[in-house]
Design a protein around this ligand. Structure first.
Ligand code: 13P
Length: 253
């Protein structure tokens, strides 16, 4: 039986003191009033706040992770952060393949496969993001694009490796636009993705795979989206930067 995951991707937002306030407010609230038993919370702050996040997560009120990791082990890669470094701060998860990384930093399938392997080798759960552009959807190519994004990375891995990966379906046209996928669109794509896992590996693995929705998910629409049978929670951007909105989403899950 899958739980519901509510994950906050802060992207490049907050200063140290703002992060501190938000993290400890969320932590205290979740400590005082835990979310329902079937709900896990994960927070993805920017790299410089990971240690602070570890402190705020001390009572195990939420998991936390990084928004990206290097495709290499270690060495002369100025400005990069390795999966081993992230793991050494007790983080548990790492986002890989966010559409913003693909678009602004040229992250290809080959690079993303290396990053996923780095995460797995360091015992971090990759939250692997996939999603079609508006152009793809309007041209009716959305299913093909999703299949390709999975085939070039996730489906190159063994069933055992894939069993520790979380998928986040984030249609690019819904990210930061206020234009959420309808519950029909989300459910249709999530069911399609789950079926691809069943075809590629097994029905059992497909049933155990977490598929989160991301893209203008907020305090108003989260409950309805999470109620879709194949939507196992959300990867929340903008609404995770506001304590009340994020907590409303967590408690509605
Ligand atoms: P928004 O919730 O701001 O649309 O962002 C979604 C996202 O990209 C999460 O990774």
């Amino acid at each position: 039986m899958r739980k519901t995951i509510v994950a906050g991707n802060w992207k490049m937002n907050k200063t140290f003191s703002e992060a501190e306030d938000l993290l400890f407010e969320i932590s205290e609230q979740l400590y005082d009033t835990p979310p329902s038993q079937g709900v896990d919370v994960i927070i993805f702050p920017p790299f410089p706040f990971l240690e602070l996040t570890a402190d705020a997560a001390e009572d195990d009120v939420f998991y936390f992770g990084a928004q990206n990791c290097a495709e290499h082990d270690k060495g002369a890669y100025t400005g990069e952060v390795s999966a081993a470094m992230i793991k050494s701060l007790d983080a548990t998860h790492v986002i890989i393949g966010h559409s913003e990384r693909r678009k602004y930093y040229g992250e290809t399938g080959e690079i993303l496969l290396n990053k996923v392997k780095q995460a797995l080798n360091n015992d971090l759960v990759p939250v692997f993001c996939i999603g079609e552009s508006l152009e793809d959807r309007e041209a009716g190519r959305h299913f093909d694009v999703i299949k390709e994004q999975l085939s070039e990375v996730v489906f190159k891995l063994s069933e055992e490796d894939v069993s520790s990966i979380i998928i986040a379906y984030e249609p690019v046209w819904a990210i930061g636009t206020g234009k959420t996928a309808t519950t029909e669109q989300a459910q249709e794509m999530h069911a399609y993705i789950r079926n691809l896992f069943a075809e590629t590996y097994s029905k059992e693995l497909a049933e155990e795979t977490y598929i989160l929705y991301g893209g203008s998910c907020n305090a108003k629409n989260a409950k309805e989206l999470f109620a879709c049978p194949d939507v196992d929670g959300g990867l929340i951007g903008g609404a995770s930067l506001n304590k009340d909105d994020f907590l409303t989403i967590i408690y509605s899950a």
